[in-house]
Write a protein that binds this ligand. Structure first.
Ligand code: SF4
Ligand code: MG
Length: 322
């Protein structure tokens, strides 16, 4: 399979300034040395608590943030430091769907204008081509031609997300980063949007990086899952494997908090102690050591565990598996 995206040792730090001179005092290490690849047509889930850096990682991959360090290769081309003007061609292939469609869709534009805008700014397509593409897409996302002249605020949240998806897909991207695309929607609508995204993936041969804190959503749509904690990936595995046999204590605790269909005794639940530490001064060694229920001693505080392939296609960063 073709590799769509290759991310190597990617870092994104945000400077923190302070004092009356507004000096640079430290950095928030939102993404701190992340490695992963994405194959054409797959869906990789990125999961973790809020503030773990998953949205920053998604935006940095799209070059909506400039990376601090590391390398991003998209379809074999290094885009780590491509200039804004040269990003136009890349941007066409890299689109994003945000969490809240109401705020990502300009209320002063019609649905037709919203869907056509990326085509106008990122392609040289003729008016005819843009119009036929718009008609095709509005049907593909389960709406119809009569909706095109209306304003986005006349629609429900689920319909707005359908419009946002049509807009993202208008330019035929290869990769779509979906950042919590169903979190703002009613539960009854979530599955419909996920199924729509799944269908569109097959139709358009899309690759998804799917960001969510919701494990049931991740389980529903993803082929593989990457678990993030304080700016780092701690476990990456095929979805079934990750849910059946999680190897990292952090993943185990996340999964234990998910209600399962089968009766589960409360003894199975792992309740994490303490708050998530600040990404400005993350704990030494394993960043999870301040909360880990399986802490095995000084090695956890002194040595940073590498993300190692502990079984075929199953990667984990924990000294328990050294
Ligand atoms: Fe827990 Fe140590 Fe493994 Fe970190 S390295 S997850 S602290 S056992
Ligand atoms: Mg799929």
């Amino acid at each position: 399979n073709e590799t769509v995206l290759e991310v190597t040792d990617l870092k994104k730090y945000f400077p923190v300034t302070g004092g009356i001179l507004n000096r640079h005092v430290s950095d928030v290490k939102a993404v701190d040395g992340v490695n992963f690849g994405l194959e054409s047509g797959e869906t990789l889930g990125l999961v973790g608590e809020s503030g773990c850096g998953k949205s920053t990682l998604g935006k940095t991959v799209l070059r909506l943030h400039d990376p601090t360090d590391g390398r991003i290769e998209f379809l074999g081309t290094d885009i780590t430091s491509t200039s804004r003007s040269e990003l136009r061609d890349v941007r066409r292939n890299l689109q994003i769907v945000f969490q809240d469609p109401a705020s990502s869709l300009n209320p002063r534009m019609t649905v037709a204008e919203l869907i056509q805008e990326p085509m106008r700014s990122l392609t040289d397509w003729s008016t005819d081509k843009r119009e036929s593409r718009t008609l095709e897409l509005i049907e593909e996302v389960g709406l119809n031609e009569s909706h095109l002249r209306r304003s986005p605020h006349e629609f429900s949240g689920g319909q707005q997300q359908r419009i946002a998806i049509a807009r993202a897909l208008s330019v035929n991207p290869r990769l779509v980063v979906a950042d919590e695309p169903t979190s703002a929607l009613d539960v009854s609508v979530q599955a419909k949007i996920l199924n729509l995204m799944d269908d569109l993936q097959d139709t358009y041969d899309l690759t998804y990086l799917f960001i969510s804190h919701d494990l049931s959503v991740i389980k529903h749509i993803c082929d593989r899952v990457a678990v993030m904690y304080l700016g780092e990936l701690v476990e990456v595995a095929p979805t079934d494997r990750l849910f059946d046999d999680p190897k990292h204590p952090y993943t185990q605790s996340l999964l234990s908090a998910v209600p399962r269909a089968s009766a589960q005794s409360s003894d199975d639940r792992i309740v994490l102690e303490g708050d998530v530490p600040s990404p400005e001064s993350p704990p030494s060694g394993c960043r999870f050591h301040t909360r880990c229920p399986k802490y095995i001693g000084e090695v956890c505080e002194d040595e940073t565990p590498e993300l190692d392939e502990i079984e075929s296609n199953h990667w984990c960063a924990c000294h328990l598996h050294d």
